[in-house]
Design a protein around this ligand. Structure first.
Ligand code: ATP
Length: 214
């Protein structure tokens, strides 16, 4: 369980899924070792950071050999709880929500959107890629054994829906609305505002151009 790995800094923990995905692909291709340079080029993290990250979980690369892919994968699987399925609900089957239902999250790890909710009668009762869409009025009845919710509703209803989700036992919310939602202690909210990310990218490109080698 990642929460138990108190020794791993948060910044390192955040990069684990990235490492995991790349190493899993290498493993599928039958590769048994990887150099920190290769890893660095693939995940776009500098190799000093990678070496420091990996040292936290006892993976010390050998000079001229690199890292053992199998060992690292075994560690990541345990750490990221790959063997335990996390049930996810998606709230708001609009354009973004629909895209997430089509997107196959299970490809690289064990997270699965089990159900979706919406307020639109034209969407309720249907399903997208085998994920049933229920009425938001039924949230309290249907939401069982769901730990994580993806929030893709209009900003105006984000807070009230977040409150209801927390009451239903949801402990993690991936918030795609621009709303800054307030939750009780112990509930984790990760906020992804695509518009802000895009603006920030453009701003950085303009004001902090990256130096190119040569
Ligand atoms: P669309 O074009 O399908 O409306 P959108 O992403 O532009 O997509 P939004 O207005 O952001 O639309 O709404 C996202 C989704 O959230 C819609 O499917 C809408 O029906 C749904 N929705 C709106 N209010 C609620 C609510 N109170 N509870 C659950 N879902 C809601």
């Amino acid at each position: 369980n990642m929460a138990d790995q108190h020794k791993i800094p948060q910044a390192t923990a955040k990069r684990l899924p990235l490492y995991y995905r790349f190493l899993n692909n290498l493993h599928i291709q039958g590769k048994s070792r990887v150099s920190s340079k290769e890893l660095s080029d693939a995940v776009k993290v500098d190799s000093a950071t990678i070496r420091r990250d990996f040292s936290y979980f006892g993976a010390l690369g050998k000079k001229g050999y690199g890292y053992n892919v199998e060992y690292l994968l075994g560690f990541f699987r345990k750490t990221l709880d790959q063997d335990e399925l996390t049930n996810i609900a998606l709230i708001g089957v609009g354009n973004l929500g629909t895209a997430f239902l089509h997107y196959n999250f299970t490809k690289n790890n064990n997270t699965k959107i089990q159900m979706a909710f919406d307020a639109d009668p034209n969407k309720i009762g249907g399903s997208i890629d085998d994920v049933p869409i229920y009425s938001i009025d039924e949230l309290e009845d249907k939401l069982k054994d769901v730990q994580v919710a993806i929030l893709t509703v209009p900003v105006s209803v984000a807070q009230s829906i977040a409150d209801r989700l927390v009451n239903c036992g949801v402990t993690g919310i991936l918030n795609f609305t621009p709303a800054r939602i307030t939750v009780p202690d112990g509930i984790r909210v990760h906020h992804i505002d695509l518009a802000v990310e895009l603006q920030s990218l453009v701003y950085f490109m303009k004001h902090y151009p990256l130096e190119t080698l040569e």
